[in-house]
Design a protein around this ligand. Structure first.
Ligand code: AMP
Length: 419
């Protein structure tokens, strides 16, 4: 997915300490989104950038921010003020952004920290009290800390809204507007979004000042190194087919995508019972547990990660061999996001999609989007009768074994969350 260009970082007029850090990180040339965005940000323009994870979008805002703040570094003792605020919808993404900032700012005195909910607030307060130049935050925790007078946004010169589409999908619109108003009027705003639906456009119209646009059109482009295959299978046999593929076909590490957290948990139980080491991430898990799961998967302690789309979005995993679409996504772009996680940096990967009778329409829209036919594997033990009607899931009126206590406390509190 990453498009490397042949302009050099030196052409982007970045300072030596920043250049040194990116060379050490192993970046030879800027990616397309970096090449287009960095000069605009250095020119103090507001920007709307449509680019997905994997394009190098984080460095596209992090590098020019470091450059702009480089000459204005407050000495730590005189009390640093937050000059740049990056708002991210998910904790995982926020952590990744902070890691990137730390890498690129290694040879500067600029201090960065990250705050997010679902974890103890006290250590975050202690760090903030010592002063930081750059703050990365999820909306809820940021507002909480602001209310407690721990965060002062009066000095923010550059505000970044990352994954704006996801932020709005997750219901953060009012928080985002509030955060924007808490910063100074003169700030520069950088809005990044994988897609630019109407509501993102509307938000941009309201808060950005004469923005420049950057588009890295990758939404429907899929690396040639991804082998995509499709299995038609009755819904009730999906788990068996998944086990069959794990036993006989799939080699290497795997992310299995499911649409709901309940689906994630159900599949986890089945795979555990069958002797597989499995990690899971979904919206109901505490931050620590999600990080732990991700780390174990990255360290290869578990070969299988089961995830919902939202929990997995933005997570950067190098060397992913396989993706299983256990449930097909109803939004075709999600398919592209999911499978784009394999075959990064010139590696190859395979995506396995399991399609039941009620999901056939999704295949049509996905194929329209990617302008390609996905190869169908017919030779497998659980074929779907081509004339099969969608199976209707009948829930018994009484005594569903999942009814009581199925939802965690977090889920009950946040009723709207299903991911
Ligand atoms: P992102 O889209 O920001 O999530 O970045 C995806 C991955 O690309 C991350 O692992 C970055 O470290 C890496 N990356 C970003 N910029 C470059 C570059 N210019 N050259 C090589 N890798 C890069």
């Amino acid at each position: 997915m990453r498009q490397i260009n042949y302009m050099s970082f030196k052409d982007l007029s970045l300072n030596k300490p920043i250049l040194k850090a990116i060379t050490e990180a192993g970046y030879d040339n800027p990616t397309l989104v970096q090449e287009k965005t960095i000069p605009l940000v250095l020119n103090k323009k507001d920007v709307i950038v449509s680019a997905q994870t994997g394009t190098g979008k984080t460095a596209a805002f992090a590098l020019p921010i470091l450059q702009l703040l480089f000459d204005k570094q407050d000495a730590p003792k005189s009390g640093k003020k937050i000059k740049s605020l990056i708002v991210s919808p998910t904790r995982e993404l926020a952590i990744q952004i902070e890691e990137n900032f730390k890498t690129y700012s290694k040879y500067t005195n600029l201090r960065t920290t990250v705050v997010f909910g679902g974890t103890s607030i006290e250590p975050q307060k202690d760090i903030l009290k010592k002063g930081v130049d750059i703050l990365i935050a999820t909306p809820g925790r940021l507002l909480d800390l602001h209310k407690q007078d721990i965060v002062n946004l009066d000095y923010v010169e550059i505000l970044v809204l990352d994954e704006a589409d996801l932020m709005l999908d997750m219901g953060f619109i009012d928080d985002v507007k509030k955060i924007e108003r808490l910063c100074t009027n003169e700030k520069q705003i950088l809005l990044f979004s994988a897609t630019i639906p109407y509501k993102v456009e509307q938000l941009a119209n309201n808060i950005l000042n004469n923005p420049e646009r950057v588009e890295v059109a990758q939404n429907a482009s899929i690396s040639n190194n991804i082998n995509q295959v499709l299995y038609y299978v009755p819904k009730r046999n999906k788990i068996e087919l998944c086990l069959h593929l794990l036993r006989n076909t799939i080699k290497g590490n795997i992310i299995i995508f499911r649409r709901t957290k309940f689906g994630v948990e159900k599949l986890e139980q089945t795979l555990l019972k069958n002797g597989y080491k499995v990690e899971t991430i979904h919206g109901d898990k505490s931050q620590n547990l999600r990080q732990e799961a991700l780390q174990k998967f990255k360290n290869k302690e578990a070969k299988i990660l089961i995830a919902t789309d939202v929990a997995a979005r933005g997570i950067d995993i190098d060397n992913l061999d396989n993706v299983i679409n256990f449930d097909l996504p109803n939004v075709p772009e999600t398919y592209v996001h999911r499978i784009g996680r394999t075959a990064r940096a010139g590696n190859s990967g395979t995506s396995y999609s399991l399609c039941s009778a009620d999901e056939k329409a999704y295949v049509t829209t996905i194929q329209q989007l990617i302008q390609n036919q996905i190869d169908v594997v017919e030779d497998h033990p659980y074929p779907l009768d081509p004339k099969a009607k969608p199976e209707i899931h009948k829930s018994k009126k009484t005594g569903s074994k999942y009814k009581k206590g199925r939802k965690s406390t977090a889920s009950k509190k946040k009723k709207k969350r299903w991911y």
